[in-house]
Design a protein around this ligand. Structure first.
Ligand SMILES: [Zn+2]
Length: 302
């Protein structure tokens, strides 16, 4: 009896400790994941942003994950109060097919042919938001993007923020120069645009809504992203690019994935086959190019 009591007195606290240790570990992992996500958002959008909560309502959050306090007038004191991530869905609510749009910015480059070879190998169609590069060595690459069945989108001719976003007129000039250049090179009249730095770039001297109205007049739809490879961040490598994409896709039903097609982003090319394999292995998930029917993912509301 005494022995049993002593044994119980030892065993019970040990078991409780073990259970608590496991629970602590799980919470710790969850915390680290949330922290990494918030850092990404802070990087992208500054200290405050509006997100779609799981109940479908829009909530402004601070970078530490706390809900933003309201000012005395009752309005949010956010610099980017109209930024939101569309397509955010509670994973449990996802029914039916998940659509993944792989998008590559900044090309063409010395990496484009390798990216196209990989896409071809996996029979995957993607979207290329390209810039204006009149050098003859790129002519065939623009053409190949189209001939291989991918979507050709625009990403500004010059990619120089100080020029493009200096005024509405300079934005228009750059836009028209690229659209005509792409038409002359590929005979495709592009209908999709990705703003350099995204619609939430925060550096434009012009109200982004003015630029968006101009795109509307041109019957051009702009696309931001809700999943980012982070391949333009310092310290990025094959593993971070893979994890940033594959771990975040399950959060969305419509995933517009931002990657870069650039000579100095070799790890994006290196990670691409495994990324495609992982996506193709996900249930009810397909990789498709952006078309006129695609639900846009936009950081700024019209
Ligand atoms: Zn870019």
């Amino acid at each position: 009896m005494i022995l049993a009591s002593v044994a119980a007195a030892c065993l019970v606290p040990t078991c409780i400790c073990l259970i608590l240790a496991v629970r602590y570990d799980r919470l710790r992992t969850e915390y680290e994941q949330n922290k990494a996500n918030l850092e990404w958002y802070r990087d992208r959008f500054g200290n405050e942003m509006t997100i779609l909560a799981e109940n479908g309502e829009e909530v402004t959050v601070l970078a530490d994950g706390q809900e933003a306090s309201t000012s005395q007038s009752g309005e949010f004191e956010a610099d980017y109060s109209d930024i939101y991530i569309s397509g955010a869905t509670n994973p449990e609510d996802i029914e039916g097919t998940r659509y993944v749009y792989l998008t590559f910015d900044d090309g063409p480059s010395s990496s484009t042919d390798k990216i196209l070879d990989i896409l071809d190998q996996y029979n995957v169609k993607a979207t290329f938001f390209v810039c204006g590069k009149p050098d003859e060595k790129y002519t065939d690459i623009y053409k190949r993007i189209v001939e291989d069945g991918h979507t050709l989108g625009m990403h500004s001719y010059s990619h120089k923020y100080s020029q493009i976003y200096a005024s509405l007129d300079s934005f228009k000039d750059d836009f028209e120069k690229l659209r005509i250049f792409l038409y002359q090179t590929t005979e495709v009249w592009p209908e999709f645009y990705r703003f350099p730095g995204g619609s939430s770039n925060g550096v434009s001297k012009v109200d982004m809504h003015e630029l968006i109205s101009f795109l509307d007049e041109q019957k051009v739809t702009f696309f931001d992203w809700n999943v980012s490879a982070g391949d333009d961040k310092a310290g990025a490598n094959k593993d971070t690019v893979y994890a940033n994409i594959v771990n975040n896709i399950p959060k969305f039903k419509h995933c517009v994935v931002l990657m870069h097609d650039a000579a100095d982003k070799k790890y994006t090319v290196e990670a691409l086959p495994e990324i495609i394999e992982a996506i193709q292995a996900m249930d009810d998930t397909v990789i498709v190019p952006i078309t006129g029917d695609t639900l846009p993912v936009q950081h700024i509301k019209k």
